[in-house]
Design a protein around this ligand. Structure first.
Ligand code: S3P
Length: 172
């Protein structure tokens, strides 16, 4: 397996860890939301606002399919929080590589989201804490189908490296 997909709730640290790991392990890194934005010539927020969530989800699946077809041999991909939930995305990822769920407590998610000023259209709609809880309840069964579940509270590059070495059949 060559592609490593990081999945989990918004604020779990998917992009943060993707950047750290790609630097430490010498793998390329792709942020799925950024890729969608490049392809669409519009921000995720703008797509949600102008076209709605369903259109964003179509673009997300198309972007995922394109990355799986073209990403190259060894690559870390940070997914959006909703990526594994919609359509056949989880199956596509599990068939193309290794899916790692970054599991975080609510306190960690909230603390990270307060620090991080990324525009998150879904979390703007109502009380973010309630929404986050609601999203998590609906999503956890999907996240838990990942190949690996890592608790972000105790995460380090060496722990990750061990798992990624297993996924990619390559020592780090
Ligand atoms: C979403 C999470 C966002 C982004 C979009 C939808 C979600 O990514 O893909 O706003 O459904 O949880 P992050 O998880 O990086 O915030």
């Amino acid at each position: 397996m060559s592609l490593v997909f990081l999945v989990g709730m918004p604020g779990a640290g998917k992009t943060y860890w993707g950047v750290q790991l790609s630097a430490a392990l010498g793998l390329s890194f792709i942020d799925l939301d950024k890729y969608i934005e490049e392809q669409a010539g519009a921000t995720v927020s703008h797509i949600f606002q102008e076209s709605g969530e369903a259109v964003f989800r179509e673009k997300e699946t198309l972007a995922l399919q394109a990355l799986v077809a073209n990403a190259g041999t060894q690559c870390i991909i940070a997914c959006g929080g909703g990526t594994p939930i919609f359509g056949d995305n989880l199956h596509i990822m599990k068939a193309a590589g290794c899916v790692i769920y970054l599991k975080a407590s609510f306190d960690t998610l909230l603390a990270n989201l307060q620090r991080d000023h990324t525009d998150r259209p879904l979390l703007k709609q109502k009380d973010p804490t309630l929404l986050l809880q609601d999203l998590f309840e609906k999503r956890r069964a999907y996240y838990e189908q990942a190949h690996y579940i890592l608790d972000v509270e105790n995460l380090s590059v060496p722990t990750f490296a061990q798992i990624i070495a297993q996924c990619t059949d390559r020592p780090f």
